[in-house]
Design a protein around this ligand. Structure first.
Ligand code: NAD
Length: 384
């Protein structure tokens, strides 16, 4: 029997509920698809509130070590500690493992209420750069000696005269590198090739930020041509680009023209949420943070800890469940992944969902988290 050990962080708030659901559904799919041949062993590791209560630290070294040792892991939502040096546990995990791709697949499930007429035309996978850009956390608050010093440097050393209100300005720095761009675009192109996707679109704002976002576009095209030239010349893969504001329009007007999206950190943040909303999936969108060079990957629910509904058996577990599906695909257990997707499709199309989705459906039949999970598990086992 092939056994895969997966480190698992249950998470805070609704985390334990969505994790229990994900484990039950993924285990059922693996058993149905592979019988005695394959199994997942879940190894609980701690992060967030539970880690703090048990070990006095929000992110124990053992947790990072486990993720490194087993290369993949999955996590529920984590509370953001107030004070204490860690800005966000998720950011700390991404940085600790240098998970440079934030991957978000976006597709519509029949039955799910969407604000657009043709949500079925959306089928994209977003590759958002995860380590650079204005998100790198290099900024100084207005009115501080640091901001003043930074402005003095700009003015005196760099000859910058364009800061409109220097005395009351905060400053941020936007690093975008050739290396960072290349590894992200390489991962996006490889994904497109491996998954028979027709195009990669580089989304940027290079018309205004010529060296950072413009650099991303230029380095992206060069990398694609250099490393995927054969696929491009044979017409198997199309590389194109789009200015970010136009892309947000086009994604609404002609989403069928886009497949894999490669973009910078901030653009990717906006794009992920717009596209998820477009398919009615903001509450169920899954995500993964991946380092394609080391193979390290952490799959995660994209919502927060939802403390207002924790313990009430109403949380929608699908974000975590679908991140489990991404994990199965990542390790090549595609048959099990397909079983979960099929069961969810069936369930939604018949109106069975947790209350957040069911109340928006025409024939919605709301189920509690536990009952919804049982409904999906049953569909998996009954699947032909
Ligand atoms: P949230 O996502 O936890 O909740 C926002 C609203 O959406 C709440 O009303 C909640 O009940 C609802 N909601 C969220 N997930 C749901 C689900 N699966 N099913 C049904 N309803 C759901 O965002 P927040 O309140 O801003 O953040 C709460 C905590 O979570 C904060 O500590 C924040 O830092 C943290 N957070 C963590 C992550 C993460 O770990 N990936 C992401 C976002 C926020």
């Amino acid at each position: 029997m092939e056994i895969k050990t997966i480190p698992l962080v249950k998470g805070d708030g609704v985390g334990p509920e969505v994790t229990a659901s994900m484990v039950a559904i993924i285990d059922a799919a693996v058993e149905k698809a592979y019988g005695e041949q394959r199994r997942i062993v879940w190894k609980e590791v701690l992060a967030g509130g539970k880690a703090f209560e048990t070990c006095g630290t929000y992110l124990p070294d053992e947790t990072l070590e486990a993720f490194k040792e087993y290369h993949i892991g999955i996590k529920g939502p984590l509370m953001t500690p107030v004070g204490g040096g860690i800005r966000s546990l998720n950011v700390a995990l991404r940085q600790g493992l240098d998970l440079y791709v934030c991957q978000r697949p976006v597709r519509w499930y029949k039955g799910v209420e969407s604000p657009v007429k043709h949500p079925e035309k959306v089928d994209m996978v977003i590759f958002r750069e995860n380590t650079e850009d204005i998100y790198a956390g290099i900024e100084w608050e207005a009115g501080t000696p640091e901001a003043e010093k930074f402005y003095a440097f700009l003015r005196d050393e760099m000859g910058v005269t364009k800061v409109r209100f220097p005395r009351t300005s905060a400053f941020g720095v936007k690093p975008v590198s050739k290396e960072g761009t290349e590894r992200l675009v390489r991962a996006a192109c490889q994904y497109a090739v491996d998954h028979n996707r027709p195009s990669v679109t580089l989304v940027h704002k290079g018309n205004i930020m010529k060296f950072t976002e413009g650099g991303f576009k230029k380095w992206g095209y060069e990398l694609a041509q250099r490393e995927f030239g054969d696929y491009i010349s044979s017409g198997r893969l199309v590389i194109k680009d789009c200015i970010c504001d136009a892309f947000l329009q086009n994604a609404l007007l002609k989403p069928e023209e886009y497949s894999v999206i490669a973009t910078l950190n901030l653009n990717g943040d906006y794009i992920s949420d717009q596209l998820a909303a477009q398919v009615g999936g903001i509450g169920i969108a899954p995500g993964a943070n991946i380092n394609y060079s080391t193979g390290d990957a952490i799959f995660e629910a994209t919502h927060g800890t939802a403390p207002d509904i924790a313990g009430k058996n109403i949380v929608n577990p699908c974000s975590n469940v679908l991140s489990g599906v991404m994990m199965l695909e990542h390790i090549g257990w595609n048959e099990a992944a397909a079983l979960v997707e099929k069961a969810l499709e069936e369930s939604f199309s018949q109106g069975y969902a947790t209350v957040d989705l069911a109340r928006l459906m025409e024939n919605g039949k709301p189920l509690g988290t536990v009952e919804f999970t049982e409904n999906i598990v049953r569909r998996i086992y009954e699947s032909k």
